[in-house]
Design a protein around this ligand. Structure first.
Ligand code: SAH
Length: 384
């Protein structure tokens, strides 16, 4: 079986540079971002384990099986057939071609791309495993999800190593109505200045299920986000589980258990506060984060130099619009006295600054799922 891989991490648009930074911090080799914002890197089995265990801002880690140009279905069939499938998919394993995507390419019919790719892999494995043609090869073992992406006639064929997307850490049992994905929450925290000195207060005044507060604590304490979940690669027959166990043990040792944090979440909705508490407990952070039911309008503090991160309601539905405009105005008034605090607010409202009553120091475009949002950043005044 294969020992060294070309790998690829996928992420929401706008987060590639963070993914690349995370990979470099893990001492992973040959990290590069291509002109289509795809993050590539090289590695072995330990790299696959480490990247899945540690990446906070990515969606998935994939093995790049091959890249080639194809303009006809014959080209596609031949090139897929030529790839080294028997080095990756043992006899008897499942290999659904679970996704085909085509952009600006001659081969634009995605279902046909999917079907031809499957046929080519079947034929290759029949040959490699000396099975008679015409009789389907059995597929009842571990699953290798194959994906084909075509862009301007360049085909990339990958196998997913992650399984359920990496945003699912395993701690969020309940999530309320408008949850933020965990990887997006982690990315936003990495965009703030809090991690430079995480002893400063961190507050999410609209905490919902607690995503920002939990991701902030995990980042500051250097807790690997994937410690409590399963990954597709663990079922691959050639993956030595001892490697994963070793990576987990190494990760466990790197937790900064002695760092004192001041992280708080509150929400107007008592039900959400209870959910946030349960999620923090599931993440092993019940003693680290404080939650309470409170209106953000009632927040005040004498603490200095804190960081406030909020994902307030957006008012996407028309009937909510007025309420939300009023809320943003009250946020502006409530937070105005926190001059030394840095504030980061994520919303899809393009008029947010006007409603809030202050121009942001900086803005950053981000996608909350498919919804275009901006992170409005207000930097706090320096303490002299
Ligand atoms: N980021 C959260 C979701 C936030 S949704 C998560 O990942 O789960 C917005 C939250 O703002 C809701 O939970 C809502 O109850 C809360 N909220 C609305 N108005 C509020 C107010 N005036 N004060 C505090 N919280 C409020």
């Amino acid at each position: 079986m294969k020992k060294n891989f070309k790998l690829m991490a996928t992420a929401s648009a706008g987060l590639e540079s963070l993914v690349a930074k995370e990979l470099r911090n893990l001492d992973i080799q040959n990290v590069s971002i291509d002109d289509r914002s795809r993050v590539f890197f090289d590695g072995d089995l330990a790299t696959i384990a480490k990247a899945n265990l540690w990446l906070r801002t990515a969606d998935r880690v994939k093995i790049v099986v091959g890249e080639f140009r194809a303009k006809t279905f014959d080209d596609l069939f031949e090139a897929v057939y030529a790839l080294d499938w028997e080095a990756l998919i043992p006899f008897g394993c499942k290999f659904p071609v679970s996704k085909a995507k085509s952009v600006k390419s001659t081969l634009h019919n995605e279902p046909s791309v999917q079907a031809i790719t499957k046929k080519a892999i079947v034929k290759k494995l029949q040959t490699a495993y000396h099975r008679p043609e015409g009789i389907p090869i059995p597929e009842n073992g571990a699953k290798f999800s194959v994906e084909v992406a075509i862009h301007k006639d360049m085909v990339t064929v990958t196998i997913d190593t992650t399984g359920e997307s990496l945003f699912k850490r395993g701690y969020r049992e309940e999530k309320g109505e408008a949850p933020l994905k965990e990887n997006m929450a982690a990315a936003i925290i990495m965009f703030t200045n809090w991690l430079a000195n995480p002893k400063r207060p961190f507050i999410d005044p609209t905490c919902g299920s607690g995503t920002f507060t939990i991701e902030a604590a995990m980042l500051a304490l250097n807790m690997a986000p994937g410690m409590n979940r399963d990954f597709a690669f663990l079922a691959f027959p050639w993956f030595d589980e001892a490697i994963f166990k070793q990576e987990k043990a190494l990760a466990q040792k790197q937790v900064k258990t002695d760092l004192e944090l001041d992280i708080q979440g509150f929400d107007i909705d008592g039900k959400m506060v209870e959910i946030a508490k349960r999620n923090a407990l599931a993440a092993g952070l019940a003693d680290v984060i404080k939650y309470k039911q409170m209106r953000l309008q009632d927040f005040n503090t004498i603490a200095l130099d804190g960081v406030l991160v909020s994902n307030p309601p957006y008012g996407v539905r028309l009937e909510d619009e007025e309420k939300v405009i009023q809320l943003y105005g009250e946020m502006g008034q409530t937070f105005a006295s926190l001059e030394t605090w840095s504030k980061y607010i994520l919303t899809s409202d393009v008029e947010f600054e006007r409603h809030y009553g202050q121009k942001a120091t900086k803005k950053r475009k981000l996608y909350n799922g498919t919804l275009r949002t901006d992170l409005y950043m207000y930097f706090g005044k320096r303490i002299k």
